[in-house]
Every structure is written in C-alpha cells, then in structure tokens.
Design a protein around this ligand. Sequence first.
Ligand code: SAM
Length: 278
Amino acid sequence: MWFYESLYPDIKIGVKGKIIHRKKTPYQDMQLYSTPRFGKMLTLDGAIQTTEADEFIYHEMLTHPAMITHPNPKNILIIGGGDGGALREVLKYKIKKVYLVEIDKDVINISKKYLDKICQKSFHDKRLNIVIDDGAKFIKNTKERFDIVIVDSPDPIGPAKILFSKSFYSRVNSILTSKGIMIRQSGSTTLQADELKSSYKTLKKIFPVVEVQLAAIPTYIGGFFSFIIASKGTNPKKLNVKDIKKRINKLRLRTKYYNPEVHTGSMGLPGYVRRLLG
Ligand code: SAM
C-alpha cells in the first residue's frame, strides 16, 4: 500500500509501505508503517514525523547546535519528542537531568515498541523525567529552570499549535537560565515559509540572539528544512570550527550528520531565506 502525506492541500509525498500499527489517540491519528526505502515511519494526523532512515539528520540538527553552543548544559527540557530521537542525542552530554514533556503517552509507547532503532535505550536513562502533559501547560507551572529547551513538536496543527505562539516563546524565555538557549524545528523554507517567518520575527522580539540553521531532510519535503536557535547567551554563529572541534573531542561526541563544518555552514543562508527573514 501507499501512504500519502496530507500536510499540504496541493503537494504530497507518497511512501510505499505496510501499516503495522494505527491508533486514534485522544490527541491525534497515529500510524506506524514499515517501508522498504525509509525503514519504520511514524505519522501523526497524516504528517510524516520521523523515519528510521533519515531521523539522524533531524535529531542531530535539533540538538547539537544548541548543546554545543551552551558552555555547560546541565538541565534540559524537550517538549514533544515522543519518538525519543532528540532525547537520545541529548543524553550523549554530561547533563544532570532532562525533562521530556510529551502530550501523548501513546507516541512514547509505540516508539519504545517499534522504534527502538531511534529511541534505543534513552527512555531508560536515570537522568530522564518523563512528563505526560501539554508542553505549554508544563512551562506555565514549572519551577525548574533550564539551560536548553528543545521544541520537538509536529507542524502547527492540533495540539502542537500552541507551541508556536508568542506567549509560549515568552514563557520559554522566562524558564531559561541566564545563558539559556531554545532550539526548535521551524519547517520547510519553501512550503512552510510563513511558519519560519512568524516564529523568527516573534523570537527576535524576545531573545537577544536568533539564528536559523538549514538541513535537507528527505522525508520532510520542500527543500531546505529550518531550525531556529534563540539564545540568551552565546551566539551559535560566533563559535568557530576550532572551538566546536574542541568541544566535540572533549565529549567524544559521535554523530552521523552534525560536525563543526555543518554547524557553521548550516547558518550560511541563501538569499531567498535572508529576504524571507527580512
Ligand atoms: N520531527 C517531527 C516534526 O518535525 O514535525 C516531530 C516529531 S515528535 C514525534 C512530535 C511530538 O510532539 C509528538 O509525539 C506529539 O504527540 C507531540 N506534541 C504535539 N503537541 C504537543 C504539546 N502541545 N505538548 C507536548 N507534546 C506535543
């Protein structure tokens, strides 16, 4: 059978595969496919979330540019991220604790059962605190302060919509420590340009440093996919290849996509993105 993504009204990616699990959770329509080309693939409300074949690109670029930029990240918050990929990357650092605030426990359960190549053992790490809650609600009530906040949410549909609002970003700013950094996925630079533009403009009003990084992720159609880093401290663009190499070597960090040249090169934005960001 074929899965056709329904994220856009006028363009679709089709992936041949076999459905191995489907559940209408209280929050979303969750489907899991086994595909010959991309391995296992998770979709939510008709949008591709992650695949075994290319998840490493997304999860490494959603974590390391912020984790490496922060001088000493200890307390981490991941909002969303129920597949455990971002968590797996964060646990490569000498952190004290990581909160994973996921609204839908079914995503975690399905990931543990079928996506062990992605989450690996990350859900069993003793530094992890799992909170099943709406990320926007959690950050309103938490007394914790975080060095890094990672927003690993789907596109602004369904329960994820709130995770793109000004009030959400302002609250993230207030629960970050003085040198804290937020990083988030901000969609395709072509098919979701408005999402990228509005998040960037909003974050520019709240954070002193806001940078955009690009990566090409095969199953997120629309050319370059974007990530936004909003920092209260170090500017990720100010780190040079030598500094990053030193930090990576000290951590003995193993990655398949992210490296010092990718860190700096991915912030070199093409003209159309610069114009989009004004
Ligand atoms: N890589 C994907 C992307 O870029 O669209 C994101 C994947 S991850 C599986 C997205 C997770 O965010 C899902 O598990 C979903 O349940 C969770 N989520 C959606 N809205 C949320 C909210 N308001 N609070 C916490 N988690 C949320």
